[in-house]
Design a protein around this ligand. Sequence first.
Ligand SMILES: O=C(O)CCC(=O)C(=O)O
Length: 283
Amino acid sequence: MFEDLKKSFNEDGFVVVRDLFDSSEIKFYREVIKEAIKERKHFDERVLKDRSDYEQSFTQCQNLWEDYIDIRKLTFDQRVCKIASKLLDTHAIRLWHDQALVKESGGRETDPHHDQPYWPIKETKTITAWIPLCDIDETNGQLGFYSGSHKIKDKKFINIFSGKVDENNFLETANVSPDQISYQAMKEGDVSFHHGLTFHRAKSNISNYDRIVHTAIFFADGCTRGDDKFHFSVDRSNIKVGEKIDSDVTPIAFPITTLPERPKNGISDDFIGYKMFGLLPKE
Ligand SMILES: O=C(O)CCC(=O)C(=O)O
């Protein structure tokens, strides 16, 4: 099984694994995530149209595993983590962070981008597991990947934080063609995995329901900090450029026999805005 998956992943930069969870598990995790988001987003009273372009693509809550033991079970689910580790062709992986990405009914598309430039990780052994907690089709925020785009050299950073991405500019900058995109219909229980260098995007949600997705980002154990761009996953534990990324904020995710403990380092009150808006844990 792993050899076929690895072949597709190496070729395309993504793979969808079917029926990894059964529907009772998905139903359980959907409710847990919904409750967690409600709690985290308690102070954020903005309606969709008052949010930034970036935030109109999805509501984002990171490091949920720290606050909620049931979400920790999902983030560190060994079926998912084992596949991620095999796809990266490494003996052990660490969690970079997890996050719920809820594209609300009416939410706009997720602009095209690749993930690696957002992270100060030198090596490119990174992967995201995208775990939908509802069926996904072309009406509710379907994810699409530019097949093979992880192999393109010298990719430029496409910053989706700073507003809508111009389509023509993206195609030129990314050096991809529109017909390279492969949108994935997914059922509850399916999980997609994409490489940190693969360009991807998601359609808007024109359905009447929120698209609830949990994701977990992993990297090969042994990766080092590549630059001094700020990131909670390394700065909370004071990891310097060149050092191995190894702390309780980014614990081993596979192989493990027990769930990791909550990190000892909290998030300082300098980041009160992030905490208030529910992006990060409060403690
Ligand atoms: O869920 C989405 O809309 C986008 C997901 C994404 O960009 C990611 O998981 O890297």
